[in-house]
Design a protein around this ligand. Structure first.
Ligand code: ADP
Length: 259
């Protein structure tokens, strides 16, 4: 099918049958990329055709999370074939940088061009779901995605800390301003199960429900803190596949079902 395939101005235009879900957060470090990578692997394991565009300029980590950090897209004519990790087609801004610090200094137009290139030149073939890992906060990339993929749905990730709900709400509001539909909030780093059966609420409680209420969308899932999830991330081996019984893995697998 690649034969004869041509670059298009933008793949996944308004008439696309592909579901497009952008994952965003108010700030970094809340687990947005970890959830995106595991969600992608979970959806692929269910038999769906899945792609991830990693547009997190400052924290691009999807390739490492899906074990393809050393791979680059293959050029075929005017198109690029994306690396595949755990069944997920992955393209990352990190695959195009000469050095680790480059993207940080990119300005809006350069970022916009790169995202546009992902959407026009990367040969994803047919996809059921395209996940986008957006940079945290309210930046140029969110605005570009809003312009290029106005029909994308947005999921906001937050921690249970009530202060985090403020910034989460703001990122949801910006998504709406760019015309996208916020479909829900995912709370991550919720209570850590203890050996004695109790739960340690390291980051407090209520942030996810709070952000969801303020944005008037459902709280889609609450994902607990998990050693296995973190270790799987570091190893490039998604916990949803390696330890599907881990509580965090179960929560992400359930999220894949409700999405
Ligand atoms: P973001 O994309 O929001 O910047 P990351 O996905 O990079 O955040 O996660 C930040 C760090 O937190 C990573 O080291 C990741 O392994 C860890 N992490 C994310 N979610 C959890 C969780 N539920 N339990 C334990 N560690 C987590």
């Amino acid at each position: 099918r690649l034969q004869g395939a041509r670059r298009r101005e933008v793949q996944f235009g308004p008439d696309t049958p592909t579901r497009i879900v952008a994952i965003t957060s108010g700030k970094g470090g809340v687990g947005k990329s970890t959830i995106t990578a595991n969600l992608g692997a979970a959806l692929a394991a269910k038999g769906l055709k899945v792609g991830i565009v990693d547009a997190d300029v400052f924290g691009f980590s999807i390739p490492a999370l899906l074990g393809v950090s050393d791979e680059k897209p293959t050029r075929v004519g005017e198109l690029m074939l994306p690396p595949i990790g755990f069944g997920v087609k992955v393209i990352s801004i990190g695959m195009f940088l000469p050095g680790p610090a480059t993207a940080v200094s990119w300005r809006g137009p350069m970022l916009h061009r790169t995202i546009k290139q992902f959407l026009s030149e990367v040969y994803f073939d047919e996809l059921d779901v395209l996940l986008l890992d957006l940079p945290p906060g309210t930046g140029d990339v969110a605005i570009s995605i809003g312009q290029l993929l106005p029909h994308a749905e947005v999921v906001v990730v937050t921690t249970p800390q009530t202060a985090a709900a403020d910034v989460a709400e703001r990122s949801g509001i910006v998504a709406r301003k760019t015309g996208q539909r916020v479909i829900g909030v995912v709370e991550n780093m919720a209570g850590l199960p203890q050996p004695d059966g109790t739960v340690l609420d390291l980051f407090g409680t209520g942030g996810g429900a709070d952000a969801a209420a303020r944005l008037d969308v459902p709280l889609l899932m609450s994902i607990p803190l998990s050693l296995a999830l973190r270790e799987g991330g570091d190893a490039g081996d998604p916990v949803v596949l390696s330890h599907p019984d881990d509580p965090a893995a179960r929560a992400i697998l359930a999220l894949a079902d409700v999405l």
